[in-house]
Structure formats: C-alpha cells, structure tokens
Design a protein around this ligand. Structure first.
Ligand SMILES: Nc1ncnc2c1ncn2[C@@H]1O[C@H](COP(=O)(O)OP(=O)(O)O)[C@@H](O)[C@H]1O
Ligand SMILES: [Mg+2]
Length: 320
C-alpha cells in the first residue's frame, strides 16, 4: 500500500476532530473518503499531506514516515484543497509556470510542463486568459493541473467537486479517471455517495472522527439496495405505515420518511399496493438513488447532521 494511517488522533482544544482513524490506499487505486460536514475529512488530508501534525498515530506515504520525514514525502504528493491557491490576476499559463518554478523547474521546462498540463486538463484554449474570468469548473481543473506539476505519485483531492455544476463535475470526474489511468494513486474526499460510487475503487466512510465502514461501492450500496423507495408521511400515520411496511421490508426511518430498500421500480409498485390495501395514503412516494444519508441510516440507525447535502431525487410519483 502506498498510503497508510494508523490510529490517528487530532484535537483542536476541546474538539476531537479525529479519534483513531485507520486507512490504507493501494498503489494505483482511487480511495474515496466519504463523510458529512465536520466528519474529519480535511483534518485527515492535512495530516497525510504534512500540513498538520497529529496528536498520536502513524502515517506513511510510499513507506516514508510522514511525521519524521515530511520533506521526503512532499515531492511524492500533490494536493488540491477545498480552497484554491491560485493567483486570480495571472493567466492559467502564468500560474502553472509559476508553480513549475516553485518546483525548481528551469524556465523552459516549466513552460513545457505548463503546456502539457493545459492540454491534459482541457484548458489550452483559455490558457492566456486571467483566471478571474474562469468558471468554477475551470478553476478547479487548473488547481488540479497545478498539483500535478511535479508528477506526484499520490494525489489528494479535498471535496474536488463541491460547488460545481453537474457538467463541470462530470468533466472533473473524467480528469480524475484519466489520472488514475496514468497510474496516479488518488485519495479524494466527498460528501456524496454518488461521487464516491462513480470514482472510487474503495470507500472509507468516516463520521465524527472515526471510520464507521469500509468497502467497495457495491458493498456499501448493498447495505441500502440498488435504489430506495421513499415514503413521505405525516406524523399521524407514521406508526401505521411503518408497521405495515416493516412486515415485508427492512425499513429505516427519519422524522418524516419511511425508507424501503428497492431493487427496481417493482418495489415501488409493491409498496404502493401494500399501502393502498390498508387505505394508507402518503404525502409523497418515489424512487431515488441511495445517498450518504441512507448509508448512515443503515449503518448507525440515525441520519447525518443537518449540514449534509440535500438528497438527489431521481423520480418522484405524486401522492398515490
Ligand atoms: N483549526 C481548527 N480549529 C478548531 N476546530 C477545527 C479546526 N479544524 C477543524 N476543526 C473541527 O474538527 C472537526 C473536523 O473538521 P474537518 O476535518 O474540517 O471536517 P470535514 O472536512 O469532514 O468537514 C470539525 O468539528 C471542525 O469544526
Ligand atoms: Mg473539509
């Protein structure tokens, strides 16, 4: 394995951000670190990338001890943080050449590397525009390009698509897959199950500073089924509806919904028939892709914090 963390602890005064995080990344794979706001994702990345020291634990990158030899680790890694480190008044090309020079490349080499990266990250056409004029997606790609200047073996991406529109997000996913194709190992954090599912070979779920689950996307999704049937129901009918559905399915519940794991639309039809037979009419019912919230519900029996992203509806039928 190329990245290894064991029993990593970190407190900020009374806040215990990490309470014994263990994780491993194999060379050439994409590991998704999935968790809600405040779970400890950024703190984990900061420690793995030498920006922060843990209170306890062991961290290795490519077999090198990150805590005792941070200077040897830095040339091997690239980092794209939640907040970009680019100069908005420079063009993309100027930014990349500057980064290249900081990486101690000669003037000509820095220019050549900038050209390569502009091409690779689909920024060649906009290369000589000041980055102030860039869209969020372009800026994020430039950020990624900058972190690839030194050809790192391991790339750390902290919530690379948060705040991007769907099209930019898809472009960024393509770039990440391309990097993996070139043999780069990637550790990325995300709040979205769908994103981890798209990109990651393996997912580590963290909550409140500890790893609460680990597996392939398929393994995690099997906890919640291929999709979920969501029944929105007023409080006066909740107990009745959940009793009826619990007789046939492994349901989970939130304050306003009963959630049934669904293999296909057939489950939705089945749920509708089951409720209809009891003359129970929900406020809303529909089928959607499972989210981080569903995984949390299945794992812990409670939903993530309110800061978690809104659920992505796929299709929703009106009230039955
Ligand atoms: N510099 C800091 N000072 C105080 N508390 C912090 C600091 N950085 C992070 N925290 C706290 O540590 C916890 C984990 O934060 P973070 O690693 O940023 O989570 P995530 O990236 O998953 O949203 C949160 O409760 C956060 O408020
Ligand atoms: Mg963060």
């Amino acid at each position: 394995m190329i990245v290894e963390a064991r029993g990593v602890y970190k407190s900020f005064k009374e806040v215990e951000a990490l309470r014994g995080v263990d994780l491993e990344v194999d060379e050439g794979e994409i590991l998704g670190v999935l968790g809600p706001n405040g779970a400890g994702k950024t703190t984990t990345i900061n420690i793995l990338t030498t920006l922060m020291r843990p209170d306890a634990g062991e961290v290795r990158v490519a077999g090198i001890d990150v805590l005792s030899d941070p200077g040897e680790v830095r040339p091997l890694i690239g980092l794209t943080g939640q907040f970009a480190a680019l100069d908005a008044n420079l063009t993309a090309r100027e930014n990349l050449v500057l980064f290249g020079r900081l990486f101690k490349l000669g003037a000509r080499k820095a220019m050549r590397r900038a050209d390569e990266l502009l091409e690779e990250f689909s920024l060649a056409e906009a290369a000589d525009r000041r980055t102030v004029t860039y869209s969020g997606g372009m800026r994020r790609r430039l950020d990624l390009a900058a972190s690839m200047i030194g050809r790192p073996r391991v790339l750390f991406l902290d919530e690379p698509t948060t705040g991007l529109d769907p099209r930019s997000r898809n472009m960024l996913w393509d770039v990440v897959r391309q990097l993996r194709g070139e043999g780069v190992t990637v550790l990325l954090t995300t709040q979205y199950l769908a994103e981890a599912d798209e990109l990651a070979d393996r997912i580590v779920v963290i909550d409140k500073g500890t790893v609460i689950a680990e597996g392939t996307p398929a393994e995690l999704k099997s906890l919640v089924g291929g999709s979920v049937c969501e029944v929105v129901i007023g409080e006066h009918l909740r107990a009745q509806v959940s009793d009826v559905l619990a007789q046939r399915w492994e349901i989970t519940q939130t304050d306003t919904k009963v959630i049934v794991p669904a293999e296909s639309a057939a489950t939705l039809f089945d749920v509708v028939r089951t409720l209809d037979a009891q003359r129970l009419v929900p406020d809303d019912i529909g089928l959607r892709h499972p989210t981080l919230d569903d995984v949390f519900l299945a794992l812990t029996g409670s939903a993530t914090s309110p800061a978690a992203p809104a659920q992505e509806s796929t299709s929703t039928a009106g009230p039955a």
